[in-house]
Write a protein of this length. Sequence first.
Length: 328
Amino acid sequence: MGWLDCLLPGRRLRTLGVMGMNQRNADFILRYNPRKNYPLVDDKRRTKELALQAGIAVPKLYAVIEIEHQIQQLPELLAPYEEFVVKPAHGSGGGGIMVVIGRINGRYRKANGVCFDEGELGYHISNILSGMYSLGGLPDCALIEYRVDFDPVFEGVSYQGVPDIRTVVFRGVPVQAMIRLPTRLSDGKANLHQGAVGVGIELATGCTFAGVWHEDRVEHHPDTGGEIAGLKIPHWDQILALTARCHDMVGLGYIGVDIVLDRTLGPLMLEINARPGLSIQLANKQGLLPRLRRLETMTEIPRSVDARVELAKTLDESLNGKLAVRRV
């Protein structure tokens, strides 16, 4: 039985500060996210360009495929790279992402060992261009970029994929974070709806403390058996600062920021979401509302990134242990 099952009825959920989708949409997305700024985050290529202008590190972009004719140039475009990632510029939920980890006998190889040829890669990119994976089904373009070599801290708790850190940021202040760990079920993707494990992170310390898989609490990764609590996330203050800077970059008040940790490059901003999901509350076993409401009452938010990071830590420490659901 999942932890939320014991929290019904709805009054109990409200007591714990758990936010539902309708409330998220009405009270935070509509109120704090100007519609005119959505294109800055819905288009991953544009987000990447803005990040580079702001001095925020992102995975290097190798190529952009915008029209069918360019697919014929793939062998030439990809010749310098043994590893790379293909993704739709307007995709969501991990749809359409293809990760190539190497080549063998002239074929591309995925993390699960499956190999495919140039024609299959071209067909996949053609589907991206058609809008198969894009928001609203509109014609899209395909981005080919650097494949992240994830930090060794995650080696025992990730299955054939790159973990990412999702942080919800409100008014420029990080309010809740989790790490999403790929599994066999998620096909190596860091997507909770596809079967990844969500692990709560204490904002004040950068340490993991709990895990959820299909709404059930887990203490070990279902595939590797590695313990998921007690991990100390490297570069934690830098990660929080990056998420706060993303608010300044796109001018949206309520966002989800995805960060990956590269073995040699450190934290890289992967993407920004103007409609972040609510599963982060499951991973943290705490609702978002107490943190969001506390920040709403503040007439002035610090301008400096460092001050906002400290505010995030202070808020986290003050609220931990005060809610009915305990992190034990």
